[in-house]
Ligand binder design. Structure first.
Ligand code: COA
Length: 261
């Protein structure tokens, strides 16, 4: 449950289409949107992630439509968007959270390994934005892209993800400029190290946690709720003049250049 900071009807009657919405940070954002009145459409490659989130959302009386799709496959994305519109009649908010990640040094990474992550994160984000454009134009909707801070400096073992997320940030800026005229806002969130996520478990070995946390200005790791609250702010009318921004939610971590890898 998200801490009660925002009014519970802040996203009432909005339809949110969320990729990677079954688990992790984006799963938290999906659940928080539903808790604040949004009707969800979530997609993931894995059916089991979708059914678990659907059950959790319906348990508190929320609406959760599920459709599996691989964001790398434009036809599958188009189909997921069409099914969502068939189900709810519109889309107001798109959240691009689907991502791929693993640690690998540049000299060990294959071309396909690099390309796979860029395809999921960068091309996947473009695919979903592009396929949702006509619907967002109708609803004067908005896009929220989940990015990272890895590429602000340089993060060893993460050349593929750094390049992919730099591309996502470029998409956020470009679309905010190109689609602003239609009333579509495009923003992003760059989370820092967030506890209790699959990413953190795999990317930050337990023995380094204590050392890293001392180098975060706020002296704690982020919580999924920190990202949920930023997402609620950016997608709500409170941010109606915020466009083209990637909001860093990392306790100030990247400014100290604390590499997590
Ligand atoms: N280290 C090095 N290379 C890796 C790798 C790793 N840990 N994991 C995948 N790759 C490479 C593969 O070797 C392959 O390249 P190759 O054909 O040259 O050998 C390429 O990436 C594609 O891998 P594959 O497993 O076929 O792709 P996929 O589409 O099934 O899955 C990921 C790709 C990135 C999604 C997969 O690594 C994964 O499932 N990760 C966990 C889920 C995840 O990342 N969630 C996001 C949390 S932040």
């Amino acid at each position: 449950m998200t801490e009660t900071i925002f009014s519970k009807d802040i996203l009432k009657d909005k339809v949110a289409f969320i990729t990677g919405g079954g688990t992790g940070i984006t799963g938290g954002v999906a659940r928080a949107f539903a808790e604040h009145g949004a009707n969800l459409a979530i997609t993931s490659r894995k059916e089991e992630n979708l059914s678990a989130m659907k059950k959790a959302v319906e348990a508190f009386g929320g609406e959760c439509f599920t459709v599996s799709a691989d964001v790398r496959d434009y036809a599958a994305v188009e189909n997921a968007i069409a099914k969502t519109v068939e189900h709810y009649g519109k889309i107001d908010i798109v959240v691009n959270g689907a991502a791929g990640n693993f640690l690998c040094s540049a000299d060990q990474l294959s071309a396909n390994g690099f390309g796979t992550v860029v395809d999921i994160d960068t091309k996947g984000t473009f695919n979903v934005c592009r396929a949702a454009f006509e619907e967002l134009k109708k609803s004067k909707g908005q896009i929220l892209n989940i990015s990272a801070t890895l590429h602000y400096l340089a993060t060893p073992m993460q050349i593929h993800v750094s390049a992919a997320k730099a591309g996502v940030d470029a998409i956020t800026r470009n679309l905010s400029v190109e689609w602003g005229r239609y009333g579509i806002r495009v923003n992003g969130i760059a989370p820092g190290p967030i506890e209790d996520t699959e990413g953190m478990k795999r990317l930050l070995p337990e023995q380094f946690k204590e050392m890293i946390v001392k180098k975060i200005p706020l002296r704690r790791f982020g919580r999924i709720a920190d990202i949920e609250n930023a997402a609620l702010f950016l997608t709500s009318d409170a941010a109606s003049y915020v466009n083209g921004v990637t909001l860093v939610v990392d306790g100030g971590q990247w400014l100290l250049g604390t590499s997590l890898a």
